[in-house]
Design a protein around this ligand. Structure first.
Ligand code: MLT
Length: 265
């Protein structure tokens, strides 16, 4: 198991493949293995760096809320440890919020941006209250009721499908404290529209056609803020297209990553 110690916390990560480096940040409450299909299909051409965000998968939880800026700083510390100067940064949902936070912390590091089923806007008061309720529910009742409520929203094929079961298993592997800290951290995130408007590099925005959590309108808003951004709507997917429609997402991702290498790549 690969780990890098940041603030005394041994953070688990995957470092797989050869080629230009791609950092992928997972959603909540998932783990780095949510990108297994991308690694399997594309690691012959790209080097994937995929942390388990603190409080998820094999990475222990730190103190306080898991703020998006903290996830970004953990990822930057990992890149420092691996001596990687420039990288394509991608994130799904919470991982997308963290990717935007990373852009805020160190835009010079980002050679390309992939935002999947996420949004640039902060939570309103109602959204923040919902997050606190979810944090409390996790602490009081564990992840099972949350998985039962969330999987049908996140996966178009529902709980009773191979991908639904895979996502539910990742959710159940999350500790209540890890979930609560991430919910509170997401509630604290700032609006990132300014960050996207300032970003001048290549960008790919992906969204599931039926995503009820961060719907296509949110993806269009992000794409509209970044000059030259490419927007891809994935038919038949909800909130987790990279797991629901991996072949489609892999093709889109591969074509975007290849375009960054120039015509002779
Ligand atoms: C996620 O998938 O990471 C979460 O649904 C994001 C959120 O709650 O905003």
């Amino acid at each position: 198991m690969l780990t890098v110690t940041v603030d005394g916390i041994p953070l688990h990560y995957r470092d797989v493949g050869q080629g230009p480096c791609v950092l992928l940040l997972h959603g909540c409450p998932l783990t780095g293995s949510s990108f297994d299909a991308q690694v399997k299909a594309l690691s012959g051409r790209y080097r994937f760096i995929i942390p388990d965000i603190r409080g998820f998968g094999e990475s222990p939880l730190g103190d306080g809320p898991t703020e998006m800026s903290l996830i970004a700083r953990d990822a930057l510390a990992l890149l420092d440890a691996l001596k990687i100067d420039s990288i394509v940064v991608g994130g799904v949902s919470m991982g997308g919020y963290a990717a935007m936070a990373l852009l805020r912390e160190d835009a010079g590091r980002v050679g390309g941006l992939v935002l999947m089923d996420t949004q640039a806007t902060a939570d309103d008061a109602e959204g923040k209250a919902r997050r606190e309720a979810t944090a409390q529910q996790a602490l009081e009742s564990g992840l099972e009721p949350i998985a039962e409520a969330m999987v049908p929203k996140m996966v178009a094929a529902g709980m009773d499908s191979p991908v639904g079961r895979e996502v539910a298993a990742m959710m159940r592997s999350t500790t209540p404290a890890g979930m609560a800290a991430a919910q509170r951290g997401m509630g604290l995130r700032p609006d990132s529209k300014d960050i996207l408007a300032r970003y001048a590099g290549p960008a790919l925005i992906i969204v599931g056609e039926h995503d009820p959590i961060t719907p296509p309108a949110k993806a269009k808003e992000m794409a509209g803020l970044i000059t030259g951004a490419r927007l891809e709507v994935i038919p038949g997917a909800a909130h987790l297209p990279n797991q629901e429609q991996p072949e489609r997402v892999n093709a889109v991702l591969d074509s975007f990553l290849a375009s960054l290498q120039g015509p002779n790549a």
